[in-house]
Design a protein around this ligand. Structure first.
Ligand SMILES: NC(=O)C1=CN([C@@H]2O[C@H](COP(=O)(O)OP(=O)(O)OC[C@H]3O[C@@H](n4cnc5c(N)ncnc54)[C@H](OP(=O)(O)O)[C@@H]3O)[C@@H](O)[C@H]2O)C=CC1
Ligand SMILES: O=C1O[C@H](COP(=O)(O)O)[C@@H](O)[C@H](O)[C@H]1O
Length: 502
């Protein structure tokens, strides 16, 4: 089934002809996310007949071998309902379109010969996708620059998609920006954040700015506080080697959670022009007051139970130190120093092995005046709460007060809402479709600019420094997180919405 965006806009033009060079052809991201995304784009008629893929990897792959491997992986998605991409069947026409355009070359990212070989093979429009470990981002961009592969001319574009994590702190992010911008122009670099590929995240701007109902009340006069949660039930799985030096703060906050924050809190841009949107995002992130350790909680999962089954502690996961102090959970209270949000706390939390998988933004409004309803027991109007659900069941729900049926004026709290699935075809997309398409089209709106990335790291840098040798608060796997995170809100007279509330 085509991408929902494609389905709803049959006049969307195909991307211009281009070669997609994937560094990391044999890797996990390529198999699990990039290939399904290309398949969906092909199904939606969004790729040009002259589109092709050139994979690069140090493993000895052949065109036929790579095509067969990837065909096997695509077929496996029909059986695996827990995969990011799941389809009842793989459409032979859409997959055939991609399969016959797959080519691969063996090459080491740290050798000049790889880039010379590439230069001999490439002409015209090229998107280089760095589906590789972050330690290769700088060296690959340098290799491309040195081999002249980033020179644009005769109307042809050369663009580079850079995966996350983009740096590990402010200093390293600045250094990486300096390295890559020495080889090309900012407009050639597409720093990806897959949360921005989620339809529901993009829709936040439509919800806020296309509804006259919401925009006037989306500010400190009416909003009491905002909660952003990205809770996962999975543990660190096989990623211990990456996760140990990274932790939940670096893995999720300055990138994914801040992108959600910008969508919900930025000022209206003058237009949907990429730079207008990105200017407002940077302005918002710059207004985040650097987080102090008193306003943050770091946790790590201990052994626990999930769906009745025992699950190991983080410290017993593969490639994790027995005395690890890496956080698998983080909760923060943020202040945004601008006129719209002055005095409105933003509470963010994310963690692994929590009670529920649930990504949502919840806007808690200030209570309505009580006067009218005074005198009737239990009839204090509940504060209105608007919940924007992103995963797993996209939609939005608003808590309202109505009159309970009966002879007297008694209040009842109800919820009014909409589920995406009730209005739109549930398209099995992986989020990378829009991002790949936009990159080929030259639209960087959903990608992160150098200044936004640096401002995001600047906001969390004090915490990164303070947490260098700090202890973690343990929480049982399968629980809502450490009790200290509850206290972060209870000391303000507030509470997180319970995990699992849909
Ligand atoms: N996997 C995922 O779900 C997600 C990944 N990402 C990001 O995407 C990027 C790629 O991740 P992932 O696919 O998991 O990584 P992998 O390690 O699975 O893939 C990298 C590929 O590059 C190969 N490789 C390693 N070193 C070299 C070298 N010197 N020269 C040539 N080839 C080499 C690896 O081969 P070998 O294994 O033999 O070393 C492997 O085939 C990372 O930045 C990650 O953070 C982002 C979101 C999700
Ligand atoms: O980038 C990452 O994101 C995932 C969560 O993404 P989602 O789309 O599945 O919600 C997270 O599990 C992973 O640790 C992180 O690297």
């Amino acid at each position: 089934m085509p991408d929902a965006r494609v389905h709803d806009t049959p006049d969307t033009p195909p991307a211009p002809p281009c070669t997609l060079v994937i560094f990391g052809a044999g890797g996990d991201l390529t198999k699990r996310l990039l290939m399904p995304a290309l398949y969906n784009l092909a199904g939606g008629g969004l790729l040009d007949q002259k589109f092709s893929v050139l994979g690069v990897d140090h493993n000895p792959l052949t065109d036929d071998g790579w095509r067969d491997d990837l065909t096997g992986t695509m077929e496996s998605f029909t059986k695996d309902t827990s995969a990011e991409f799941h389809a009842e069947r793989i459409d032979p026409r859409s997959w055939g379109f991609i399969r016959e355009r797959l080519h691969v070359m063996q090459g080491d990212f740290s050798e000049e010969a790889t880039f010379r070989d590439l230069a001999g093979r490439l002409t015209g429009n090229v998107v280089f996708y760095l589906a590789v470990s972050a330690r290769f981002f700088g060296p690959i961009v340098k290799g491309l620059g040195k081999a002249g592969l980033l020179k644009q001319g005769d109307g042809a574009f050369r663009r580079v998609v850079i995966e996350k994590p983009f740096g590990v702190d402010l200093a390293s992010a600045k250094a990486l920006n300096e390295t890559i911008l020495a080889q090309g122009d900012e407009s050639q670099f597409y720093r990806i954040d897959h949360f921005l590929g989620k339809e529901t995240v993009q829709s936040i701007l439509a919800l806020r700015f296309a509804n006259a109902l919401l925009e006037p009340i989306w500010r400190s006069e009416y909003v009491d506080h905002v909660e952003i949660t990205a809770a996962e039930t999975i543990g660190v799985e096989e990623r211990g080697r990456f996760y140990e030096p990274t932790g939940a703060l670096r893995d999720m906050v300055p990138n994914h959670l801040f992108q959600l924050l910008t969508m919900v809190a930025m000022e209206p841009p003058g237009s949907f022009d990429a730079e207008a949107v990105r200017d407002e995002k940077t302005r918002l992130v710059t207004a985040i007051r650097p987080v102090s350790p008193q306003d943050a909680v770091r946790g790590q999962y201990a052994a626990g139970r999930e769906e009745g089954k025992a699950v190991p502690a983080y410290r017993d996961e593969p490639d994790v130190a027995k005395d690890s102090r890496t956080e698998t959970y983080v909760a923060l209270k943020l202040a945004i120093d601008n006129p719209r949000w002055s005095g409105v706390p933003f509470y963010l939390r994310t963690g692994k092995r929590l009670a529920d998988r649930h990504t949502a933004i919840t806007v808690h409004f200030k209570p309505a005046p009580f006067t009218l309803f005074r005198g009737a027991d239990g009839d204090e109007p509940a504060s209105n709460v608007m919940r924007l659900n992103i995963d797993p069941e996209p939609g939005s729900f608003t808590g309202l007060n109505v009159k309970r049926p009966g002879p007297q004026m008694h209040l009842a709290a109800i919820e009014s809402g909409f589920r995406y699935a009730d209005f739109f075809d549930p398209a099995p997309t992986v989020g990378y479709e829009t991002l790949l398409y936009d990159c080929m089209m030259g639209d960087p709106t959903l990608f992160q600019r150098a200044d936004t990335i640096e401002a995001s790291w600047a906001a969390v840098d004090p915490l990164i420094k303070a947490w260098k040798d700090a202890p973690v608060c343990l929480y049982p796997a399968g629980s809502p997180g450490p009790k200290e995170a509850e206290e972060l809100l209870s000391r303000d007279g507030r509470a997180w919405l319970p995990l699992g509330k849909k």
